[in-house]
Design a binder for this molecule. Structure first.
Ligand code: ACM
Length: 263
């Protein structure tokens, strides 16, 4: 494990147009390859768009994981370019939908996370996930949370306590707060955070862009515009996230006193 280049693809998925979204994703994976990235993160629900008017619309733009066309395409691209990819997927599993994210690498499909904290009308369309997961890869340990999970500090904490070096954060943010909070979440957990947000408007929702990459010291090391599709990236060293000492006598995990907290 050593220094790697990681990024966020800030895109504008088209609601309900899976073919078009696969083209956009492939185009940005190729760009990430040209820029020599080892890991690229895409927004929440990148295969389908976000603001469904009805359950049937959500259903018609869902895919199985990993058999669906989008994950199969990601497997091909990740293998061809020797890259890790995280992206939000509208997942169909039996008779339910989940707001999920997958991790795919040169070795193929690695795993998925189903969003635990559903935002607004997502509650009409999706089932809830029930656990935060960290995946051990050749480049780093990668944990995943999705968009509104951010407002629950337990999400990032749970991933950090499970050993995540990087939190990959596919998002479709509409509230203006996260970019202020992200440096604190990264600092208090001493992890890298890569937020890939989307842009554009769907019905009454305007997505706020400004994808960011933050270091374990809470520094913003890459930041996107509010309105444009773009790839942002930074060179990082995941080993830095394994050092939880904030002074010579303070370790942010070991110094916790669990009995003092009512959780
Ligand atoms: C959100 O969770 N998509 C705001």
């Amino acid at each position: 494990m050593g220094a790697i280049r990681v990024g966020a693809a800030q895109i504008r998925p088209a609601l309900g147009d899976l073919e078009k979204n696969r083209k956009i994703i492939a185009e940005f994976v190729r760009l990430a390859h040209e820029r020599e990235l080892d890991l690229v993160v895409f927004p929440e629900l990148s295969n389908s768009g976000y603001n469904f008017g009805a359950k049937e619309e959500a259903w018609d733009s869902s895919e199985e994981i990993p058999q669906g066309k989008t994950v199969r395409l990601l497997e091909q691209l990740a293998s061809e370019y020797s890259m890790y990819i995280v992206t939000g997927i509208n997942e169909r599993a039996e008779n339910k939908l989940y707001n999920s994210a997958v991790l795919v690498g040169p070795e193929g499909y690695i795993g998925k996370y189903r969003k635990v904290h559903l935002f607004l009308n997502e509650k009409d369309f999706f089932g809830r996930g029930d656990r935060f997961l960290v995946f051990d890869t050749k480049i780093a340990r990668i944990g995943i949370m999705i968009c509104f999970d951010w407002i629950f500090p337990e999400a990032a904490r749970s991933l950090a306590l499970q050993g995540a070096d990087i939190i990959a954060h596919p998002a479709n943010l509409v509230l203006p707060y996260w970019q202020k909070v992200a440096p604190l979440r990264a600092l208090e957990n001493r992890v890298y955070i890569i937020t890939a947000n989307r842009i554009g408007v769907e019905g009454d929702l305007t997505f706020t862009g400004k994808s960011i990459i933050v270091s374990p010291k809470g520094e913003i090391i890459a930041e996107a515009s509010r309105t444009h599709e773009e790839l942002i990236y930074a060179d990082i060293d995941p080993r830095i996230a394994r050092d939880k000492n904030i002074t010579s006598r303070n370790n942010i995990f070991a110094d916790r006193l669990l009995a003092a907290y009512t959780l």
